[in-house]
Unconditional design. Sequence first.
Length: 464
Amino acid sequence: MTSDQWSEMLKELADDQIIGHATAGVLRSSQISFADGTFAYTVPPTVFRKDDERLDLIAKAVRQRLGEDTTIQHEFVTPPPLSEQVRELGFNPTPEQTQRLNNASRPPAAVPFYFEGLGLDPQWGPGSYLVSSWNNFAYAGAEQILNGNAATLCIIGPAGCGKSHLAQLLLHMLQTQGSRVTSIPCVQFRNQYVHDRTHRDTPGDPLGEYIHRFDAIHLEDVHFMATQLSNKNFLFFQQTIAALMSRKVKLILTMHDPPATYGFPREMLDRLDKGLRVQMYEPDEQARLELLRFLAGRLPTPNIPEEVLNEMALMPCNLHTYDGALPSLSLLCGTNTTSAHVIDWIHEQYGGTSKTEEITIARVILAAEQAIGATSGSAMKGGQSQKQCRARHLAWWLLEELLNMKHEMIANEFTVIKPDRSTVCTAISDYKRARQDPSHKKHAMVCASYNEAKRLLGVAVEVE
């Protein structure tokens, strides 16, 4: 069996939902060999337990290709000590942290919980934030946390409006007060949870052990939890939030839309309702100009002319765009280029950004794939993996809603799959029912992916 054949077999197992696509991705890098009727491959210990039944299913698939009398050997690879893995990621643990890491026998997913202050961007400390019309409400909420008048803050707003910057600024200021702080992307939070659930032979409770060490925690992109965890697993997230709140841990949660749009359980919404909730908005033209002046003034060489900043402010860019645009503009202005040429360059590089881009069938399908987390283009293929099916069904629903397409027209767009009209109708009805019924097992996933797809398309999301 060649490496290509091994990869193809793993893909088929993932498409058939025998193993996960992430697991298949890890196993593709396994060292394989086939000699004298014995097929051997290496297995990272963080992927399978030694008694995992999926190993037997992989062995069965190998024998179907190489012969029923093939002997299968899987060798569990012993990873280097966690302290060495951490150094490879660019961190330099202290001797005390090194000892704790090496004694813990945890996977790399646990690494963020070992380091106080990990995830803080030094560039987002005091003096880096401009309070203006589009963010003064949110900043006032942050001050309430800083002054001890509140313990939980939900910062809501579209991507690139400054939510994470404000959260990190707040953590920096709390740190100067002596608080132990950390910033945790919810993707990392989810990965650690999944590891704890699938490696029950691991002693202790890594997530609970380390997350409770902090006085203030920023959970970034909470909406990710809704798209990745099933309803029953929300209980864990809810219990964690409840435990942290009962310990008076300061919680800063950032998300795109109000919590109710993500189908969170009522109990969790009640918990979040007890804290502050602030909304951030995309800055208007005047606010963008004010921000551009502020950021340009903090550059090593503040040489960008006012007329260039004025032109940049006319374009409704995501604020993340400025992180790369302003240093580039400063370099360009330092080459004795005229302002007119710099403005032409701005139009060439950023002139295509538009909030009113036409909604097309291709854009709807791409948004559905991104919201579900499926590979681009996979919704149009004939695969029956969970993500491919979900992306297709979500796309069908949005095509009906946003483009008023009939079910027969939708079916005709998916020529590889060739669904009939009734298949499309049933899938859309099932998704609508799941969104309307909070007790439905797919309610959280459907609400989150539906809202995320509409956000990607620039369509307003209504709170249920």
